[in-house]
Design a binder for this molecule. Structure first.
Ligand SMILES: [Zn+2]
Length: 259
């Protein structure tokens, strides 16, 4: 568990799960607005930290269980508004029921009862503009704090490269969303897994370039008449642990198919 502070923002970074099924998760408390709520497996640590903080609301980038873990607790303990994309409200109202490997890493989350996220959220000192940014998930949003040059990207960025995609992902949509957010003013990316990324615009550009290179290769191979499975083997020749562990929920084929 690591805390880092910039201006009126606190970044809490945690490990979720047990080795070797362990991944980083980040949540941000920006002038009273909590952005994302970690995983079910980190819920108790998040609650311990938040007990001493003042909260005015919770904004969730998307409904996956590693962004919504402490949402029910926040709602019960603080009685503040909890926001998510309107098309994910029905899913949030039910507890998650994820496969074993995801339970080991992230854990299930309890049901919570969010409101549709508005176009912007104002805190005492900040204003967050909300933009749709599908790709990683169809109902994924990003938040921009223009004056600070900040953008909160949920799982749209995660890293410069990506070798497997989750079953909810659509890489063509992700390419469009990356292009769209590059039109906004920002220099720091706040990622829900890789944390605070300085030179954020360069990093988002690098990710877009990576996807566009992959798309170029896929289109070429498809023109030659290759099937998606054959294309996946050529473009991503390396064996991937997550594809095996997740029984195909994460795969290179998901990247190829959605291009
Ligand atoms: Zn996600």
């Amino acid at each position: 568990m690591k805390l880092e502070r910039i201006d009126r923002l606190t970044h809490l970074s945690l490990k979720s799960g047990l080795f070797p099924y362990q991944l980083d998760v980040s949540v941000f408390l920006a002038d009273g607005l909590l952005i994302d709520a970690g995983s079910g497996n980190t819920e108790k640590k998040i609650a311990q930290w938040l007990k001493n903080e003042k909260l005015s609301g919770l904004a969730i980038t998307h409904v996956h269980e590693d962004h919504t873990g402490a949402a029910w607790w926040v709602q019960r303990h603080f009685a503040v508004p909890v926001y998510i994309h309107k098309k994910s409200i029905a899913e949030a109202n039910l507890p998650s029921d994820v496969p074993l490997y995801r339970r080991l890493v992230w854990g299930n989350r309890k049901a919570f009862h969010p409101d549709p996220i508005p176009d912007f959220i104002e805190t005492e000192n900040y204003r967050f503009d909300i933009y749709d940014a599908p790709g990683h998930h169809p109902y994924h949003i990003v938040l921009q704090e223009k004056n600070m040059g900040w953008i909160f990207t949920g799982d749209l960025y995660v890293g410069r490269k990506q070798f497997v995609a989750f079953k909810d992902e659509n890489i063509s949509d992700a390419i469009d969303s990356l292009k769209k957010i590059l039109q906004l003013d920002f220099d720091t990316v706040f990622c829900s897994h890789s944390g605070i990324q300085k030179n954020g615009k360069e990093k988002i550009k690098a990710k877009l370039q990576f996807f566009e290179d992959i798309r170029g290769q896929v289109v070429n191979l498809r023109r030659k008449g290759l099937a998606p499975e054959e294309i996946a083997k050529i473009v991503f020749p390396n064996w991937n642990l997550w594809t095996v562990v997740s029984k195909g929920e994460w795969s290179a084929l998901n990247i190829i198919n959605t291009i």
